[in-house]
Design a protein around this ligand. Structure first.
Ligand code: SF4
Ligand SMILES: [Zn+2]
Length: 328
């Protein structure tokens, strides 16, 4: 296949990621697509990252051109892990036409490919074809589907996230993915709006423990305040605070199986944060834990001394859902 046109993806960067206890060079790609069909989650600022045109021929041409750009800018032989996001669902045929999906996967054949999608777009036959396209026999699981379960609590997912799917919808998607021979990477979302700090911690501990039943990998995402979202409106009006890094450490410490966590925006008012003084050390430590799975590091970070720990403890004990948040 010849990709003749160049078009920049929404973002594309190289990094190191942990995969089954190994550090791997990873390429993360955010493709511009037809855009998320659901587009209603309260914290999501990606709904505007899309072409204003859903014609399949147009999307096919534009997405192939983005792959050409990536091939030109990066030496793909350097990477054994590729994460593909579309600010929506890669498997939604209205976002990425089915033939285009296959061409994209073909470009990364022989690597571990992780695709993000909502579970309703997981069709066993289609995923099977994509898995075969990715597979060269080099990787035990060449294709993973990354899906946002966010929490195992249906009420929280509906009221605090407005995700528009239930735990059983997610389980159905995970089962279809597994039957097609793909792995399942589950995203959890810590502290969507309307939860106290204490409720958010408990929700993530319970969700991570339960989600292993349907997951091969779990990633803990920390809610951030993205532009032009309902969460931003709440935050501007003093009705939302992202999680404390102490809370994130408490969740990771309570789990007996390591999960990955990248504290995006850590230490900033719009991201997970403490007082500002202790944030850099804790953010770095959480990133290192994500790569190594070293549980003793989390316990050591929880022992770091900072005055804001008292404030955090006060919040845990006193914040009520009708008066939150107590701090900014
Ligand atoms: S979080 Fe995902 S499903 Fe929800 S609106 Fe954003 S892109 Fe769509
Ligand atoms: Zn502090």
């Amino acid at each position: 296949m010849v990709f003749e046109e160049y078009e920049k993806p929404a973002a594309c960067w190289a990094g190191i990621d942990s995969y089954k206890g190994q550090e791997r060079k990873c390429l993360t790609i955010i493709l511009r697509s037809g855009g998320c069909t659901w587009g209603s989650c309260l914290m999501c600022g990606y709904t505007h990252v899309r072409y204003g045109n859903r014609d399949p021929a147009f999307l096919d041409r534009k997405i192939r051109a983005q792959i050409s750009w990536i091939k030109r800018e990066f030496n793909l032989d350097d990477y054994s892990l590729v994460k593909i996001f579309t600010s929506g669902s890669f498997l939604d045929p209205q976002e990425v036409p089915p033939d285009t999906q296959q061409e994209v996967i073909r470009a990364f054949r022989g690597k571990v490919v992780i695709l993000e999608t909502r579970p309703e777009y997981v069709e066993e036959e289609r995923v099977s074809i994509l898995r075969e396209t990715a597979d060269t026999g080099m990787e035990e699981i060449p294709l993973y589907l990354a899906m946002g379960l966010e929490t195992t609590h249906d009420f929280i997912r509906e009221k605090s996230i407005r995700k528009g799917l239930t735990t059983s919808d997610f389980i159905g998607g995970a089962e279809r993915a597994h039957r097609a021979g793909a792995g399942v990477k589950t995203y959890l979302l810590m502290k969507p709006p309307f939860l106290t700090e204490q409720e958010a911690i408990q929700d993530m501990i319970t969700s991570a423990q339960e989600a292993w039943r349907w997951s091969d990998l779990i990633s803990l995402n920390l809610c951030t305040v993205q532009s032009s979202t309902p969460v931003e409106w709440l935050w501007r009006n003093g009705a939302y605070r992202p999680p404390y890094l102490w809370s994130v450490l408490s969740v990771l410490s309570a789990l007996d199986r390591p999960i990955s966590c990248d504290p995006v925006g850590g230490g900033t008012p719009r991201g997970p944060h403490n007082c500002g003084a202790c944030d850099p050390e804790l953010v770095d430590g959480i990133r290192t834990y994500s790569l190594t799975g070293d549980h003793s590091l989390i316990d050591a970070l929880l022992q770091v001394k900072c005055g804001c720990k008292e404030e955090w403890r006060y919040v845990l004990e006193n914040e009520m859902s009708y008066s939150l948040p107590l701090t900014r």
